[in-house]
Design a protein around this ligand. Structure first.
Ligand SMILES: C[S@@+](CC[C@H](N)C(=O)[O-])C[C@H]1O[C@@H](n2cnc3c(N)ncnc32)[C@H](O)[C@@H]1O
Length: 218
């Protein structure tokens, strides 16, 4: 396989943050022209739509975690309901470099700040700083599990809105559903609404829908 030939099997084969760093370092240049285009990726539109349906102007700043090349940010910034500023965080400096090239129709950068950070570790962000957290394609095979919410709750303000896309095979099997149920019972979050969004418009997984958990921190 040469660079530029990556697909879902490669993404699902990763096991550790280092695997992720290595894969996305090589994939960043061709991620959108290859995988996203070939599969008519639509997941980011559904996740952005789920956030926008519940967001208020006072929910900024927004943090896109596992922002990759910036597809969620682009979708959000097309809509006047997106609060500002919008920041991005990702493990891969190469994916962030792509996100940093994105601009709105009026020529502003899509993301105000981009942070290198590992969602399986302590995030390099100050507590209580974000009013909304969004994520697409990052809570999946070999990427990030439900323990990441400890840090995401820390960096979010009380009342912050979350819209988090989760791989459909992992939602129950890898403990996300149980994590949210525990967090509701503990009084940490309000009961999530689970949206189902179309992931791809073409390719082998065209029938897949993915859960997006939308909830607020108490
Ligand atoms: C499938 S891509 C999705 C990117 C973008 N959100 C989208 O929808 O196109 C997954 C992203 O998660 C990032 N990622 C994987 N593991 C991570 C971790 N432990 N911490 C932060 N980001 C991670 C990868 O670098 C990659 O950019």
């Amino acid at each position: 396989m040469g660079d530029g030939d990556f697909d879902l099997a490669d993404a699902y084969a990763v096991e550790t943050p280092d695997d992720n760093r290595n894969l996305y370092a090589r994939w960043a240049d061709s991620y959108e022209s290859g995988f996203i285009k070939e599969n008519a990726y639509r997941y980011h539109l559904g996740v952005a739509g789920a956030l926008l349906a519940s967001v208020t102007p006072s929910d900024g700043p927004v943090l896109d975690v596992g922002c990759g090349t910036g597809l969620v940010g682009e979708a959000l910034r097309l809509d006047h309901r997106c609060p500002s500023p919008l920041d991005g965080l990702d493990l891969s400096p190469e994916m962030l470099e792509q996100a940093g090239t994105k601009s709105t129709a009026s020529g502003e950068a899509v993301y105000s700040s981009l942070h290198v950070g590992d969602l399986t570790a302590v995030l390099p962000l100050v507590g209580n700083s974000y009013g909304a957290v969004v994520s697409c394609g990052t809570f999946t095979h070999g990427h990030v599990g439900p323990d990441a919410f400890d840090e995401l709750y820390r960096i979010a303000r009380p009342g912050a809105l979350f819209a988090i896309g989760i791989n459909p095979d992992h939602f129950t099997a890898h403990g996300f559903e149980a994590r949210f149920a525990n967090d509701v019972a503990a009084g940490t979050i309000i009961e999530p609404t689970i949206h189902r969004v179309v992931t791809y418009g073409a390719g082998p997984n065209v029938d897949q829908t993915s859960p997006v958990a939308v909830f607020r921190l108490r």
